[in-house]
Design a binder for this molecule. Structure first.
Ligand SMILES: C[S@@+](CC[C@H](N)C(=O)[O-])C[C@H]1O[C@@H](n2cnc3c(N)ncnc32)[C@H](O)[C@@H]1O
Length: 212
C-alpha cells in the first residue's frame, strides 16, 4: 500500500522540545512506563521511534540480550538517533517507510509509539496486519497514541485533535485528519489487553496487548 510521505525532517530538531512543552512530558512519561514490560532476551521492533530518545531509556533498563530493530522514515530523525547513547542494547537502525519495508524477522514485542495517528482506518488496518505477521506467538504489542475514547471531555479532545492535525498538515504534510481507534483492530486480530493507562487529561492512552 502506498501512503503519502510525511515530512518529519522539517521539524525533527524541534519535535521533542515541542512535544515536551505541549503535552507536559506526558508522551515521554507514558512510554517510559510501558517499556518496563520489556524482558531480557526480547527481540523488539520499534516503528516511528523519532529522535531515538526511547533507545536511551531502554538501554538504562540494562536488559540482557535484547535486540531492537528501529524503523524510522525521517532521515533527520535517524541522524539524531545515531548520536544517542544506547550502547548496552543491540540496535539495528533502518531508515524506511514501514509500509514499504520487507520484514522477514519475527519479534517478541512490537512497539508503535504515536505512529497510527498518521494513518486513516484503511491504512491503519493494513499496517496492523502487516506488523502482526511478524509478531511471534504470544508476542506483546505496545501501543501509545491519542485517544478520544475515555468518556469525559470528548468534545474538547475532538477540537484539540483537529488543531493537532491542522498543525501537522502544515508541518509534515499529513493527509489524515481523523484519529483511528486501534483497539477494535487489535481485538479483531485476537489480542488480549494486559494493561492500559490514560494520562494528560485522558487524552493520551498507552496499552499492552498479547497475541493469542
Ligand atoms: C509523532 S512522531 C513520534 C516520535 C516518537 N515515537 C516519540 O514519541 O517521540 C512519529 C514518528 O513516526 C515516524 N513515521 C511516520 N510514518 C512512518 C512510516 N510510514 N514509516 C516509518 N516511520 C514513520 C515519523 O518520521 C516520526 O518520527
Amino acid at each position: 500500500m502506498k501512503v503519502t510521505k510525511l515530512n518529519y525532517n522539517r521539524i525533527a530538531r524541534t519535535y521533542d522540545f515541542l512535544s515536551r512543552i505541549v503535552f507536559w512530558g506526558a508522551q515521554q512519561k507514558i512510554q517510559k512506563g510501558l517499556i518496563k514490560w520489556l524482558k531480557n532476551g526480547d527481540n523488539i521492533l520499534i516503528v516511528g521511534g523519532g529522535s531515538g530518545w526511547i533507545l536511551e531509556e531502554i538501554a538504562k533498563l540494562n536488559l540482557a540480550k535484547i535486540k531492537i530493530t528501529y524503523v524510522e522514515e525521517s532521515s533527520k530523525m535517524i541522524q539524531l538517533t545515531r548520536r544517542r547513547q544506547f550502547q548496552t542494547s543491540h540496535v539495528e537502525i533502518i531508515q524506511a517507510d514501514i509500509f514499504e519495508l520487507k520484514i522477514r524477522e519475527k519479534f517478541d514485542v512490537i512497539f508503535t509509539p504515536f505512529l497510527f495517528d498518521h494513518f486513516n482506518k484503511e491504512e491503519s488496518q493494513y499496517l496492523f496486519e502487516k506488523l502482526n505477521k511478524c509478531a511471534n506467538k504470544s508476542a506483546l504489542w505496545i501501543n501509545t497514541d491519542f485517544s478520544l475514547n475515555s468518556g469525559a471531555g470528548k468534545w474538547w479532545k475532538k477540537i484539540y485533535m483537529a488543531i493537532i492535525y491542522i498543525f501537522f498538515k502544515w508541518a509534515i504534510h499529513i493527509k489524515n485528519s481523523e484519529l483511528t481507534e486501534l483497539d477494535p483492530i487489535i481485538i479483531k486480530k485476537g489480542y488480549s489487553k494486559l494493561f492500559e493507562k490514560y494520562t494528560y487529561m485522558n487524552f493520551i492512552h498507552g496499552s499492552i496487548w498479547q497475541k493469542e
